[in-house]
Design a protein around this ligand. Structure first.
Ligand code: KIV
Length: 275
């Protein structure tokens, strides 16, 4: 922290209050204990354990194959490695859409089994009742509207949303319905920037943008994207803050060369017979 004020745990309340204070919110994804520790030390406001895990860790083409079991394991690892950031668990495809009962039960599993502090689910006005019921059970919910990847086939690809008047209206009504249902925040994904700005002004809860321009209350990116570790597809809104693959490759090459030449391990790296 830049000043001497004591660092406080980011609770849902503190996260929400940042909007009223005009403080931008920074969110990154993470999927394991050690990355969570690094991001927490960097003072990220929130860690989202996204279902993007399917693509960036498991090599899937999309998020559809991700299961509750996969998500529960990754969320558990992340909560163990986090002391300050708000940890949000992403509900995977078909873990909440089929019924309210299923949605509540799976949201509850994230809190009970993986120590998540909140869940995120995709969908607008049509998901408002689901959000309401989960919130009524005491679980904070983050909404997610715009180009929601679990519905990518319905959108016909990763297309920018809000370009047409009907889409703009649907997004604004959805944002308001999610707020009314009790969502504490919402992700705006791939929404035309002026529409994202309008949504941000229309609700009192923080909007967290990804590919939706600079007028959102905060921004979220996938950690593997910003580190250059996901090279299958790079949308224009991704900014690379590091390029790790050549660094990893160089380290691996040096190890290989040391092993082949007999340079590794040396005596100091071995357990020699005691005198
Ligand atoms: O799964 C994910 O990582 C996400 C973010 C990109 C918003 O949903």
């Amino acid at each position: 922290m830049s000043d001497n004020t004591e660092r406080k745990k980011i609770t849902v309340t503190r996260f929400v209050n940042k909007k009223a204070k005009g403080e931008k919110i920074a969110v990154l994804t993470a999927y394991d204990y050690f990355m969570a520790r690094i991001l927490d030390k960097a003072e990220i406001d929130s860690i989202l354990v996204g279902d993007s895990v399917g693509m960036v860790l498991y090599g899937e083409k999309g998020t559809h194959p991700v299961t509750m079991e996969i998500m529960l394991a990754h969320v558990k690892a992340v909560t163990k490695g986090t002391s300050y950031a708000l940890v949000i668990a992403d509900m995977p495809f078909m873990s909440y859409q089929p019924s309210l009962k299923m949605a509540i039960s799976n949201a509850g599993r994230f809190v009970k089994e993986s120590a998540a502090e909140a869940v995120k689910l995709e969908g607008g006005i049509e998901m408002a009742e689901t959000v309401k019921r989960i919130v009524e059970c005491g679980i904070p919910v983050m909404g997610h509207i715009g180009m929601t990847p679990q519905s990518i086939h319905r959108f016909g690809g990763a297309k920018v949303q809000g370009r047409k008047e009907k889409s703009r209206q649907y997004l604004i009504e959805s944002a308001q319905a999610l707020e009314e249902a009790g969502a504490f925040s919402m992700v705006l994904e791939l929404i035309q920037a002026d529409v994202a700005q309008e949504i941000t002004a229309a609700v009192n809860i923080p909007t967290i943008g990804i590919g939706s321009g600079k007028f959102c209350d905060g921004q979220v990116l996938v950690i593997n994207d910003i580190l250059g570790l996901y090279d299958i597809y790079t949308p224009k809104f991704i900014r690379h803050y590091a390029n790790l693959p050549p660094i990893i490759e160089k380290a691996a090459k040096e190890f290989i060369s040391d092993v082949k030449s007999g340079g590794y391990p040396n005596e100091g790296e071995s357990f020699l017979k005691k005198e």
